[in-house]
Design a protein around this ligand. Structure first.
Ligand code: SAH
Ligand code: SF4
Length: 404
């Protein structure tokens, strides 16, 4: 058992002690994540998937088959810039080498088990991975402009069990691998034929990534980090770290590392302003209470006035949506470069909550805006195709069960 498990959290310990606790706790989280590793990325016929490898790993594989390291750059370009999955289309590579590569490797994609496009253009994918496990990805286009966000899953299921979340009712099956995380984005891109990757400031249809799908991304930190480094690589997909946002329910020890190592934007699922209520609806709060989560936000290296931290707040009628709650929220985040994202609760069969009334949402938002924070109410999108997060997967399982 780690110190953090046994010692009650104290706010008097100094920064050094807290850093040591963080390091120990983060090692424990990473070790646990490894127990839920994805299966090996090799096909039954022995061919290896090249997607999701770092440049160094790709070079190693090429050297193993007697090729020169400079081939990495070429392959990287075809895989991540051109989006090509067929070696015979890699025209800068000589035919004999194309054939040699095709014998040993594939450039894979998750299989789309289900794709639904809403009347509002939101498109939801259910991707099936090689071992049959599934996760959801959603593309949410911006209605006014030619751009949009891709919401990516990090785990199949989730170990946490936030009471309002449908994914929280599904136990953690496993972590998604870097290939599966990058693959969600690439397969969504395929569906809009947005290849080669637009360069520089050229508008992109799939212009931002939000790590807000199924699972807790900071409980699968290493695969997420590897995947984001591939996506940010300037010679491939080349999406800027400013266009990527990771949403966490508050895994404090890894928030620091995420900011230092990846420098991507942070969103924090706050959802309650007292530890008493947050302990109940976001159970991870019992380990990392509100003050520790906010302290981690205050030291988050990639936040400033032009890149604010988003506080997500789900509006549950009569539970967390009073005007007093709004005022307390303002007090908690004051001094932080922050914005608040109010999320209308999306009910799912069996859920215990109701969404706040529109009137109450507006009152709540007004108090936050009067304090100088931007406070958009997230418009529910794709209502006709998806209910709450995590439901498409359940639906697919229900259909498959009915068919078998
Ligand atoms: N595990 C991470 C990221 C995935 S959950 C986290 O908790 O931040 C991402 C968001 O989905 C959360 O902010 C949560 O508020 C939202 N969400 C979950 N269930 C929801 C529901 N029933 N209705 C609306 N939003 C929901
Ligand atoms: Fe997991 Fe996030 Fe859902 Fe909580 S809200 S159960 S952390 S996916």
């Amino acid at each position: 058992m780690s110190l953090v498990d046994s010692a009650p959290s104290s706010h008097t310990h100094d920064a050094a002690a807290s850093a040591a606790l963080n390091a120990e706790d983060s090692a424990r989280i990473l070790a646990k994540a490894a127990l839920f590793s994805p299966p090996d990325a090799t096909l039954p016929d022995g061919r290896r998937d090249l997607v999701g490898l770092s440049r160094e790993e790709l070079t190693e594989l090429l050297v193993e088959i007697g090729e020169k390291p400079f081939r990495t750059k070429q392959l990287w370009h075809w895989i991540y810039h051109q989006g090509v999955t067929d070696f015979s289309a890699m025209s800068s590579i000589a035919k004999p080498l194309q054939a040699k590569l095709a014998e040993r490797f594939v450039v894979g994609r998750p299989q789309a088990a289900m794709v639904q496009t809403s009347t509002d253009e939101t498109r939801k994918f259910l991707f099936r991975f090689r071992d049959g496990q599934e996760a959801e990805t959603v593309y949410i286009p911006d209605r006014r402009e030619d751009r949009g966000a891709v919401c990516i899953s990090s785990q199949v299921g989730c170990t946490l069990s936030c009471t309002f979340c449908h994914t929280g009712t599904q136990k953690l099956v496993r972590n998604l691998g870097a290939a599966e995380i990058v693959g969600q984005f690439m397969a969504a891109r395929d569906s809009y034929s947005e290849w080669p990757s637009p360069k520089g400031d050229t508008p992109r249809l799939l212009s931002t990534i939000v790590l807000m799908g199924m699972g807790e991304p900071l409980y699968n930190y290493e695969n997420i980090a590897k995947a984001m480094k591939i996506i940010m690589d300037g010679e491939g997909i080349a999406l800027s770290r400013r266009r990527i946002t990771l949403s966490t329910s508050g895994v404090v020890p890894l928030m620091d590392r995420c900011g230092e190592e990846l420098g991507i934007n942070l969103a924090v699922s706050l959802h309650a302003v007292t530890n008493e209520l947050r302990n109940e609806i976001v159970p991870l709060n019992r380990k990392y209470p509100i003050e520790e989560v906010l302290a981690a936000c205050r030291r988050y290296p990639a936040a400033n006035n032009s890149r604010r931290i988003t506080f997500e707040y789900i509006m549950l009628r009569g539970v967390n949506d009073s005007e007093a709650d709004a005022r307390e929220l303002v007090r908690l985040i004051s001094g932080l470069p922050a914005k608040v994202n109010l999320i209308p609760f999306n009910p799912w069969p069996g859920s215990a909550y109701r969404p706040s009334t529109r009137e109450q949402q507006n009152k709540f938002a007004q108090i936050i805006m009067d304090a100088g924070f931007s406070s958009p109410i997230r418009t529910p999108r794709g209502r006709d195709i998806l209910a709450a997060c995590g439901q498409l997967k359940t639906e697919s399982e229900r259909i498959r069960a009915a068919q078998s």
